[in-house]
Design a protein around this ligand. Structure first.
Ligand code: MOS
Length: 735
């Protein structure tokens, strides 16, 4: 049986299959789960008290007033919380499957660590009672200053694995270069602020714990919760039907899930709890601030000889999160010598973890600005410089890229953006400048599985524990199944976000669509075989070759004969015909480097009087393999580019003397609004990757943010001649 057909290189941009439910308010998120979702009784409400010191110990905690407050059912502190497994282990294979005890001791490790949890019959009563809890601390001076940190080698914290790259003799190669850039950049803390705050609803049913939570990888959370409570993994079920924004912030699970699980067990009733918007800034995870030293050595011919990128990034005092900021240095340009080092600053701050293109987002801000500095120092046009230093093999690993159209992206982008015709000019008070930058994001396939059933009525149901954090998973999975079986999309139902379904890699790291999608594609291929086999039992289809069978419009056709798929399924089994699918990285993948690429362009106007920067135009051109859905893919790219603009100009948090993140609401934590964005477009190039996976696709989720901020910063330099190396580039820095 031949493989199911693949669509065109750029697939139809159908609208989101769950979009209508979302915009009409019928979509229910974790906190809103109700009896229709299997919740057995009305849920009680939780409220959390967070620590107001960054380091020390709880000296005393008075809960008596809270316990007597109206409607209160339970007050949990470290004095009465049940035993849980200890945190970690740090070198766990899957970081998001670690155990995570809450209220387990009197220690405070960061400003905003939960110290008490109240459960009441209403949100108001729970919140009111939480305010009545009085905590006294024995505080110690926290270690919170990243700038003062040299960082520690993460290898011992990661089972001995070094994160450094050494190719050639960096000092010798760099020393010989005519043009040498040696610069320090810093990139700030950033916060997720997802539209859906971090929230859980938990209950116990016949010894089994069910948690509705916005988990990007339900299987990892299932393992982590099971580890925390020392219970079998199959006794934990995670449901994440809809996620209101994830982008790495919901890769880990958080205290809300553990607290709801504990409280619902003690109270024998469902308990739900959402961190307040302010609390999410402290009690969840953030993008770490990073200190970068970038060195670029260029010969008289404008070719890069040596690249160095050395970083120190923040992690919590008790954690080992490594952001991975040096991937551009390792993969973007030719170089005889490459030196990258990554060090961890373990500070008394909340946990840092993944955020949209972790590592590359911050790394590309520093690296692609330094590359721009190298281009100017070499007297080569910044776009020409990047094209001239292109490489078809990964400079760090020496492996050929499975596909790489970076140069084509730059050529198309330069043409569409009017790069060649640009000139330094002044528009009244405004100085106009153009900037460009490369984008790259590693591509990876992760083990996943899926199951499909062709129902007797001719509809197809797919089941897998993949998630949709707003990226379009529901939609592209529907398209993959519909395409593979020749069904209209209306006849495909994709059920995801539930650990009762076959496990997948979930959503994250741009691996979601290709991993879960490939497993689903394999399942559909198996189903086609079974349907064809069933057809062969029919006299009209006997003696036909497998290659004669066509699946079109809900029918199986061969020669002049045809039969409805539902009818075939019914002949196989009264409830329909089911087939499993599985995907894992193949052996050939080891011989290649895989990544998505793009070229970013920006035009800015900087006010010569105030220093204010306005972005007039942005264009991103991306090559990410076959594109499943031009509409959702473009949305991903645009979202990433806007986040890049935000990182260049607005977004960032700072830490006060007590160790508290200063901005903890959207009044103070600045992100762009429509008026900040100007004209923006993303173009998707035709490409198919023969190596990456059976779908010939590559990751599209994260590449859009990479380099986008650097393009804006580089345009500011073009406009003003000023190089700001500390992000975001607020107007005080340009003044
Ligand atoms: Mo990914 S860090 O889940 O965008």
């Amino acid at each position: 049986m031949p493989d199911p057909p693949l669509g065109p290189p750029i697939g139809p941009g159908i609208v989101r299959v769950e979009g209508h439910a979302k915009v009409t308010g019928r979509a229910r998120y974790s906190y809103e789960a109700q009896s229709a979702d299997g919740v057995p009784a009305r849920a009680l409400y939780g409220a959390a008290v967070l620590s107001t010191i960054a380091r020390g110990r709880i000296a005393s905690i008075d809960t008596s007033a809270a316990e007597k407050a109206p409607g209160v059912r339970l007050v949990l502190t470290h004095r009465n919380a049940p035993p849980q497994a200890k945190w970690g282990p740090l070198n766990a294979k899957v970081r998001f499957a670690r155990s995570q005890p809450v209220l387990h001791d009197d220690q405070v490790r960061y400003f905003g660590e939960p110290v008490a949890f109240v459960v009441a019959d209403s949100f108001e009563n729970a919140t009111d009672a939480a305010y009545r809890i009085a905590v006294r601390y024995a505080a110690e001076a926290p270690d919170i200053d990243l700038q003062a940190e040299k960082g520690v080698d993460p290898a011992p914290l990661h089972g001995g694995k070094s994160a450094d790259t050494r190719k050639g003799d960096f000092d010798a190669s760099f020393g010989e270069c005519v043009h040498r850039i040696d610069v320090r950049y810093d990139t700030p803390y950033q916060h997720h602020v997802s539209m859906e705050a971090q929230a859980s609803l938990a209950y116990w049913q016949g010894g089994k714990l069910v948690i509705h939570a916005p988990a990007q990888i339900p299987a990892a959370m299932q393992a982590g919760i099971a580890a925390t409570f020392q219970m079998p993994q199959q006794d934990v079920r995670i449901v994440a039907t809809l996620i209101g924004g994830g982008f790495g912030g919901k890769l880990p699970y958080f205290a809300d899930s553990v607290l709801c699980a504990i409280a619902s067990r003690l109270l024998s009733q469902p308990v739900k709890f959402a961190f307040t918007r302010q609390q999410t800034f402290l009690a969840t995870s953030h993008r770490p601030a990073v200190l970068h030293r970038v060195r670029v050595g260029v010969g008289a011919d404008g070719l890069i000889r040596a690249i160095g990128h050395e970083v120190v990034s923040q992690t919590a005092s008790f954690d080992n999160y490594l952001d991975g900021d040096t991937m551009g240095a390792e993969g973007l340009y030719r170089a005889d010598a490459i030196l990258t080092t990554q060090r961890l600053a373990r500070l008394d701050l909340p946990r840092s973890d993944s955020m949209r293109s972790p590592g590359d987002a911050s790394g590309s801000l520093a690296f692609e600005c330094a590359i721009d500095e190298a281009a100017y120092a070499s007297g080569v046009d910044p776009v020409e410089f990047r094209i001239r230093n292109d490489t078809s093999t990964s400079p760090a690993s020496g492996k050929p890229f499975s596909s790489r159209r970076l140069v084509a992206c730059f050529e198309t982008g330069a043409e569409n953006f009017g790069w060649k015709a640009r000139s330094k000019r002044r528009d009244g008070e405004w100085l106009i400048g153009f900037g460009a930058a490369s984008a790259m994001r590693d591509n990876m396939l992760r083990e996943s599985s899926a199951e499909v059933t062709l129902l007797p009525d001719g509809r197809l149901e797919a089941r897998l524990d993949m998630t949709d954090p707003g990226t379009g998973s529901y939609t592209v999975l529907t398209q993959i199944a519909a395409e593979a079986l020749g069904l209209p999309v209306e006849r495909v139902t994709v059920r995801i976000g539930d650990t009762d379904f076959p496990p997948t890699a979930g959503s994250g790291g741009s691996f979601g669509a290709e991993s879960a999608g490939s497993a689903l594609y394999e399942a559909c291929g198996r189903l086609r075989e079974r349907l064809a086999q069933q057809a062969s039992a029919d006299a009209r289809f006997q003696n036909m070759a497998a290659s004669d069978f066509r699946f079109e419009g809900g029918l199986l056709k061969a020669g002049g004969a045809k039969i409805a798929l539902g009818e075939l399924a019914r002949r196989g089994a009264p409830d329909g015909m089911t087939a499993p699918g599985h995907i894992a990285p193949g052996v050939e993948a080891k011989d290649y480097a895989e990544a998505s690429f793009g070229a970013q362009f920006a035009e800015v106007a900087v006010n010569a009087v105030t220093g204010e920067t306005r972005v007039r135009r942005m264009l991103g051109v991306f090559a990410c393999g076959r594109i499943l859905n031009a509409r959702t893919a473009r949305s991903q790219a645009l979202g990433g580019m806007i986040w890049g603009l935000s990182s260049a100009l607005m977004e960032g948090n700072s830490v006060d003397a007590r160790g508290q993140f200063v901005a903890h609401d959207l009044a103070n934590y600045h992100v762009p609004i429509m008026a900040d964005i100007g004209t923006i477009d993303a173009v998707l190039m035709e490409e198919e990757d023969p190596v990456a996976n059976p779908l010939a696709i590559k990751g599209i989720g994260e590449v859009g943010i990479n380099g986008a901020g650097a393009a804006v910063a580089n345009a500011i330099f073009d406009a003003t001649g000023i190089r700001i190396r500390s992000f975001p580039i607020t107007l005080d820095k340009l003044g």
